[in-house]
Design a protein around this ligand. Structure first.
Ligand SMILES: [Fe+2]
Length: 411
């Protein structure tokens, strides 16, 4: 017998488990669609959505009958923490619920690796559907965006770092996942509200859907494109926007697909929009798209070191909105995970985790002495720890350590 029942909004109270809000994920302000209602603030947010009814799961929280008893005593401002237990228990058991509690880098990396493997196949299928002329709606990507959003909420760096690592063949699919994660993190950094943040994530996931309509021999060409081929590829924003519009996607998703290759200078495509003619979400898309592209393996080039990518992108005049780029640096780091750096102690290290207090003091794995020109015992150093006397003095070109797999130090 199901424990899910529909109740009037006026009957909803703290301690109930919201099963479904009766509106699209994009139209309500919560990261999850199912959750234990614990605070007055969340209750008010639900009341403000403007829906008439809500579905609750009485097996996971307060029942409608029990709520009557609660109403007879003073309602607490915050619901007791112990009532959150069923949700966490289910998450630990690998159930469908998604915990948003912070996780360590190590724990979230494991989750992100498994998720990215599955997400790659899902996005691949979406592209295949588009090529077959099928409609791909926003609703079909929302479960993926919800997962990415939950991972970013738990640990901002893990999924973004894992999604950066991709083979040439997987590029288009994992690029969608990476840009979605970067957009969500950037939206949070910019202080966008929950609805805009979700739209940024959905738009990020769908931004390159137009590539599904590009000739496969051009899309997958193992080398640099000729001018003619590049002219063909420049059609993908228009093709993507057309497909999204036909599927009934939000104006924001269509806009991100259409304008993520515009530049502040007006020298981008397809419309050569300038400055504020480009919407905030499309300007965000431009930064996230380029960062993931230049730090990924491509058929015609080695990936840039993440810190080098930040440095290079900062030099490009007229490409990005400066304030958005600065927020992006704050969200991903001056020395993102995987960056090769030289320390004041004349040792080489790879960044493994963002700093807890400062962008300049991440956690690193030290592995080589430039003084002795020899590898040394690998150790983890938290450059932000009060007792730490070492610091980053420069980012380094990975070429200095030859073909060494630097990702092994943080993975
Ligand atoms: Fe694109």
């Amino acid at each position: 017998m199901t424990a899910v029942r529909e109740i009037e909004i006026g009957q909803l109270c703290l301690g109930m488990y919201v099963h479904k809000l009766g509106t699209s994920w994009l139209d309500h302000p919560f990261v999850r669609s199912s959750f234990l209602l614990e605070t007055q603030e969340d209750l008010r947010k639900i009341q403000d959505i403007g829906i008439r009814t809500v579905w609750i799961d009485e097996s996971k929280g307060l029942t409608l009958d029990e709520s009557t008893a609660v109403a007879e005593v003073d309602a607490p401002e915050e619901w007791p923490v112990e009532l959150a237990a069923p949700v966490e228990e289910e998450a630990q058991q690998g159930g469908k619920e998604r915990s948003l509690a912070p996780t360590s880098m190590m724990v979230e990396l494991e989750h992100a690796r498994a998720f990215c493997l599955a997400a790659k196949e899902e996005v691949k299928q979406l592209f295949a559907d588009l090529r077959m002329g099928k409609t791909v709606t926003e609703a079909s990507v929302i479960p993926l965006v919800e997962e990415i959003s939950a991972s970013i909420s738990r640990n901002q760096a893990a999924l973004i770092s894992v999604a950066r690592l991709k083979t040439h063949d997987d590029y288009t699919y994992l690029h969608s996942v990476a840009v979605c994660g970067l957009m969500l993190a950037l939206a949070k950094q910019l202080g966008l509200d929950d609805m805009q943040t979700k739209k940024a994530g959905v738009g990020g996931l769908m931004h390159d859907f137009g590539k599904a309509f590009m000739p496969l021999d051009v899309l997958n060409k193992p080398g640099k494109l000729t001018d003619d081929e590049f002219a063909i590829m420049k059609q993908h924003p228009v093709e993507g926007a057309r497909a999204l519009q036909q599927s009934g996607a939000s104006a924001e998703a269509v806009d991100i697909a259409l304008h993520h290759h515009e530049k502040i200078s007006g020298l981008g495509y397809p419309h050569g929009l300038k400055g504020n003619e480009i919407t905030l979400l499309a300007r965000m898309g431009a930064v996230c798209d380029v960062y993931d592209a230049v730090t990924s393996v491509r058929a015609y080039k080695e990936p840039w070191d993440p810190a080098m990518a930040m440095h290079q992108m900062a030099q490009w005049q007229g490409h990005f909105d400066t304030s958005i780029f600065n927020a992006f640096v704050k969200s991903v780091g001056i020395y993102p995970v995987g960056s090769l750096v030289r320390l004041a102690s004349n040792r080489l290290a790879v960044v493994t985790e963002p700093g807890k207090h400062s962008l300049l003091s991440p956690i690193v794995r030290v592995f080589h002495s430039l003084t002795s020109q020899q590898d040394i015992h690998v150790e983890t150093v938290d450059l932000g720890a009060p007792s730490c006397r070492d610091s980053i003095v420069a980012r380094m070109d990975p070429a200095v350590v030859g073909g060494r797999n630097l990702n092994a130090y943080w993975q």
